[in-house]
Design a protein. Structure first.
Lengths: 114, 114
C-alpha cells in the first residue's frame, strides 16, 4: 500500500545545533502533518501543511520549528536550535484530502538531543 | 472542541480471550473515527474507520468497532486475541474542517499473555 518514508530513522544531535527531518509523503497526497511522540506515549499534533502553507499548529510547535516542502520534494521539519526536550520520535503523515480520510504515517525519526 | 478519551492506559488479557478497548469522543458535528495500531518501533497502521452507515465496522485481523452517537463512543473489539496483537492502540477523530486537525486519544497498551 501507500507508504510514507522518513529519513533518517534515528538522529543524534548536540543541543543547540540545527536538525532537519525529512519526509517523503505518498505521491499524490496534498496534506502533510508532523506529530511528536515521547517514550512511546501519546501522539501529539505539531502542525499540518497544505498548498505550501501551515494550516494549523499546536503550542508544541515552538518558534524554533519550521516546515516546508520546496518544489514538491521532501516535506521537512527543521528545528533550530534544538533543545534537550526536543528528544522524541517525530512522525510524518500525509493524506489525500483535508478531512475524514485515512492518514498514512511513516515509521518515525527518533531524534536524540544530547 | 474535539477530544478523544481512552480511559484504559493498559489492558492485559490472555491469548484467546475477548477484548474491548474503550474510546469516547467529544465533537459537536459528525465525526470521522479511526482506530490505529502501533507495533513496537513502527509507525501507525489503520485498523478500521467509520464515516457513516452501519455502526459496526469491520477491520483487519478480526477487529471490529461499534459507533454509538448516543454514548459518544467508538469501542474496539476482538473475539479472540493472539499474542501478536500486543501493541498500542490509538482511537483517532477527524472532524470535517479546512485544516483536518486529527486528534489522537492517549492510547491503550495491550499486552496479550501466552
Amino acid at each position: 500500500g501507500p507508504k510514507v518514508l522518513q529519513i533518517p530513522s534515528h538522529q543524534i544531535i548536540d543541543m543547540g545545533q540545527m536538525v532537519t527531518l525529512n519526509c517523503d509523503p505518498v505521491s499524490n497526497h496534498l496534506y502533510f502533518y508532523w506529530y511528536k511522540q515521547i517514550l512511546g506515549q501519546q501522539m501529539e499534533f505539531l502542525v499540518n501543511f497544505y498548498n505550501g502553507k501551515v494550516m494549523e499548529k499546536s503550542k508544541l510547535f515552538k518558534d524554533q520549528f519550521s516546515v516546508e516542502r520546496p518544489d514538491g520534494s521532501y516535506f521537512t521539519l527543521k528545528i533550530q536550535p534544538t533543545a534537550l526536550e526536543d528528544s522524541a520520535v517525530y512522525f510524518c503523515a500525509s493524506s489525500l484530502q483535508g478531512s475524514g480520510t485515512e492518514v498514512f504515517f511513516g515509521k518515525g525519526t527518533r531524534l536524540t538531543v544530547v | 472542541a474535539q477530544s478523544v478519551t481512552q480511559p484504559d492506559a493498559r489492558v492485559t488479557v490472555s491469548e484467546g480471550a475477548s477484548l474491548q478497548l474503550r474510546c469516547k469522543y467529544s465533537y459537536s458535528g459528525t465525526p470521522y473515527l479511526f482506530w490505529y495500531v502501533q507495533y513496537p518501533r513502527q509507525g501507525l497502521q489503520l485498523l478500521l474507520k467509520y464515516y457513516s452507515g452501519d455502526p459496526v465496522v469491520q477491520g483487519v485481523n478480526g477487529f471490529e468497532a461499534e459507533f454509538s452517537k448516543s454514548n459518544s463512543s467508538f469501542h474496539l473489539r476482538k473475539a479472540s486475541v493472539h499474542w501478536s496483537d500486543s501493541a498500542v492502540y490509538f482511537c483517532v477523530l477527524s472532524g470535517p474542517s479546512n485544516t483536518n486537525k486529527v486528534v489522537f486519544g492517549t492510547g491503550t497498551r495491550l499486552q496479550v499473555l501466552p
